[in-house]
Structures are given as structure tokens and as C-alpha cells.
Write a protein that binds this ligand. Structure first.
Ligand code: DX5
Ligand code: ZN
Length: 226
């Protein structure tokens, strides 16, 4: 992407107040979020269990923003249709969790959704190079998945740069390059300069010390090119 395109921000509801999820989702939309990031965890691919399609269905009426589902789930394809019916717009599967990645990505698109692929910090980008034309989004994990509130792993900044070069080199510059984990106002510029076009932010957006609107405005200002 060119440096002057608007950076997209995707608040992760993992850090939201689940007792008032509808309001929290609406707050993010009002504050100018570009989409909502929904972390589905199965207790197997990652230790925690979060939520699944019924929560997607519950928040769908509270926002018109696209809902992207980050599936930290083994054999994710078992749930695609149900997630689509619940209101998902984009599904991101982990390279490490899908034995038939190319097939899974086709299934996501065939169901009318955008397809994304996530790579863990320890996974080489070469593991997804052969499906680059099948993805609408590449998610470079900047923490090990499973928990909000972890610090960004510094060596991932170089990997973002290599992911950007890989997309551009394959004529896929228009695909979204998303980063997830430890993104805050104070490192947003760093990851954008490395080539990210969409930032997930969980604990930096939903926390007790600052409003959602203020938090988003800070990240937006920090991420925007001068
Ligand atoms: C971690 C999740 C993230 C998480 C990010 O496994 O994929 O989306 O919500 O949280 P922060 O922004 O607090 O690192
Ligand atoms: Zn996530």
C-alpha cells in the first residue's frame, strides 16, 4: 500500500467488557474503528476458550462494521458456514491449524467471505507464500496467540517488512497486511512504517484507564503518516 492510504484499525473485543458487549462494539464504531476483530479460541490450538458463532450473532445487530473472525481453532473449516450465517465478513485461519490451507481459503471465499491467513511468530512466511493469491489478508502475529495484553515481540517488526515485500513482489500490494498483538499508540508508527496496513488493538482500546474514543484517537494519530 502507499504510505498515504488510511491505516485501518480493528479493535479486538477480547479485552472488552463482555457484560456490555453490544455497547462496547457500538462505541468502537462511533470512535472510527474500521472493523471489529473477534478472537475465537478453542482450548486446543491455544489454551484458552473464548467464544464462537453465538457471540458473533449477538454483536452483529450492534454494529455495521465488518466483523473479522480470528480463528485460533484446530480444523477451523468445521465452523465456516455457521460463522458466515452469524454475520462474519472475513475469516482468518492459522497456517499452523489447517492441514489443507488452500482448500480452507477457497471454502471461505465460496461462502462469500474474505479469506485471511495468520502466521505465528515462529512460522516462516514461506509457509504461506504459495497461497498468496488466495488471501485477502495476511495476519502477522506480533505475539504468541492466546492472550491479550502481551508485549509486541520486537523481532516481528522485521518480519512485517518481509511480509510487505512478499505481498508487493507478488502483485498483491492491495491485500491487507494486518498485525496483531501488543499494538499501542507508541509502536503503531513502527509497524506501519514496516508495511502494516491494518492494526489490531485489544487492551490498548478496551481498558479501564481511557475511553474507547480517546484510545482509538491516540492510535489513529500515532499511526497516520505526517
Ligand atoms: C491474541 C489475540 C489478539 C488480542 C490482542 O491471541 O489474537 O487479537 O486480542 O490483544 P492486545 O492488543 O492486548 O495485545
Ligand atoms: Zn486476534
Amino acid at each position: 500500500m502507499s504510505r498515504h492510504e488510511r491505516i485501518k484499525i480493528a479493535p479486538s473485543i477480547l479485552s472488552a467488557d463482555f457484560a456490555r458487549l453490544g455497547e462496547q462494539v457500538a462505541e468502537a464504531e462511533k470512535a472510527g474503528a474500521d472493523c471489529l476483530h473477534v478472537d475465537v479460541m478453542d482450548g486446543r490450538f491455544v489454551p484458552p476458550i473464548t467464544f464462537g458463532p453465538i457471540i458473533v450473532e449477538a454483536i452483529r445487530p450492534h454494529t455495521s462494521l465488518p466483523l473479522e473472525i480470528h480463528m485460533m481453532v484446530e480444523s477451523p473449516e468445521r465452523h465456516f458456514e455457521q460463522l458466515r450465517d452469524a454475520g462474519a465478513d472475513r475469516i482468518i485461519v492459522h497456517q499452523e491449524a489447517s492441514a489443507h490451507l488452500h482448500l480452507a481459503m477457497g471454502q471461505i471465499r465460496d461462502l462469500g467471505m474474505e479469506s485471511g491467513v495468520a502466521v505465528n511468530p515462529g512460522t516462516s512466511l514461506s509457509a504461506v507464500e504459495d497461497v498468496i493469491s488466495d488471501m485477502d489478508l495476511l495476519l502477522v502475529m506480533t505475539v504468541n496467540p492466546g492472550w491479550g495484553g502481551q508485549p509486541l515481540i520486537p523481532s516481528m517488526v522485521d518480519k512485517i517488512g518481509r511480509a510487505r515485500a512478499m505481498l508487493n513482489g507478488a502483485n498483491r500490494a492491495a491485500a491487507t497486511l494486518e498485525v496483531d498483538g501488543g499494538i499501542k499508540a507508541d509502536n503503531a508508527r513502527l509497524v506501519v512504517d514496516a508495511g502494516a496496513s491494518q492494526l489490531v488493538a485489544g487492551s490498548a482500546v478496551y481498558n479501564d484507564s481511557v475511553s474507547v474514543a480517546h484510545a482509538l484517537a491516540r492510535i489513529r494519530a500515532a499511526a497516520s503518516p505526517p
